[in-house]
Design a protein around this ligand. Structure first.
Ligand code: 5PN
Ligand code: ZN
Ligand code: ZN
Length: 266
């Protein structure tokens, strides 16, 4: 058994500097890159791996990243293109809790939320240099309260159920989470098996782009640079072992070749 379909839900773009995307290498200058969520239609339910950024959050906290996101590129907008509502989603899996991967969680009010145990810990007590990355914690009313975020009335009705994981896990038949730490403490990459194609291996932020992989160059946003490189090596080994196709998280060069919803991989 495997998943039925995989949809990539476009979430707009952000700008960072080239020295952030390619640590200590550059070249510098504005780099605009895509963000997206992954919807998996599986016999066990509807799963979303990462949920992109929240436009209002980025405008308020990181306006220098110049977010471009239309209504159609929000999680509700993207789900509508495939005939779904946010409340239809059964599980949300977050590769990690950086704002550009969990901003849409708040829409998915009925879903059970999965992540690595270390990631939930890390975003509850970030290092000073991680504060901006972990700036959108509205997905957890408890962590929002602990971090001293102002109460937001809309969140009173949102009480997500958290399930934390450790180690590699086959969370449903043909859906694998692989530990790829370094970018953050509890980072997971996802592999999805499908009936009629090679498995899809979503690096998430363990590798932003094919160019990062080709250069073995990590981003400047990281907890542990050596672990980050080991995780990139691990992704290459996994792709080889399972004959999987790598999909990168923020890859302006590869993105035009990705199929976007309402089209799907099967
Ligand atoms: C896109 C982006 N911008 C800023 C940060 C950060 O401070 O940590 C991670 C991150 C990002 O992915
Ligand atoms: Zn990240
Ligand atoms: Zn990211």
């Amino acid at each position: 058994m495997s998943a039925n379909k995989v949809y990539l839900l476009d979430g707009g773009t952000l700008v960072i500097d080239g020295y952030h995307a390619f640590w200590n290498r550059g070249p510098g200058g504005e780099l605009r890159f895509p963000c997206y969520a992954i919807l998996i239609d599986h016999p066990d339910g509807l799963y979303i791996f990462d949920t992109g950024y929240d436009h209002a959050h980025v405008e308020r906290v990181l306006p220098f990243e110049k977010p471009l996101q239309t209504e159609a590129q929000t999680i509700p907008g993207q789900l509508a293109t495939v005939g779904l509502r946010p409340s239809d989603i059964n599980y949300v899996i977050n590769s990690h809790y950086h704002f550009d991967h969990c901003g849409g969680n708040i829409h998915l009010t009925e879903a059970c939320t999965l992540c690595h145990a270390k990631e939930l810990e890390a975003c509850a007590s970030p290092h000073p240099f991680e504060m901006l990355g972990y700036s959108d914690v509205r997905f957890s009313p408890d962590i929002s309260a602990k971090r001293g975020a102002p109460a937001e009335p809309a969140l009173d009705i949102y009480t997500p159920k958290f399930e934390t994981l450790t180690n590699d896990q086959e969370i449903a038949k043909g859906m694998w989470l692989f530990e790829t730490p370094g970018h953050t403490a509890g980072h997971y990459s996802l592999m999805v098996e499908l009936p009629d194609r090679r498995p899809m291996l979503f690096s998430a932020d363990a590798c932003y782009s094919k160019q990062n992989m080709d250069l073995m160059c990590i981003s400047s946003f990281h907890l542990d640079p050596v672990a980050s490189l080991q995780s990139m090596e691990r992704l290459k080994e996994l792709a080889e072992k399972y004959d999987a196709e790598l999909f990168y998280s923020h890859d302006p060069a590869s993105y035009p070749d990705y199929l976007l919803a309402p089209a799907f991989y099967s």
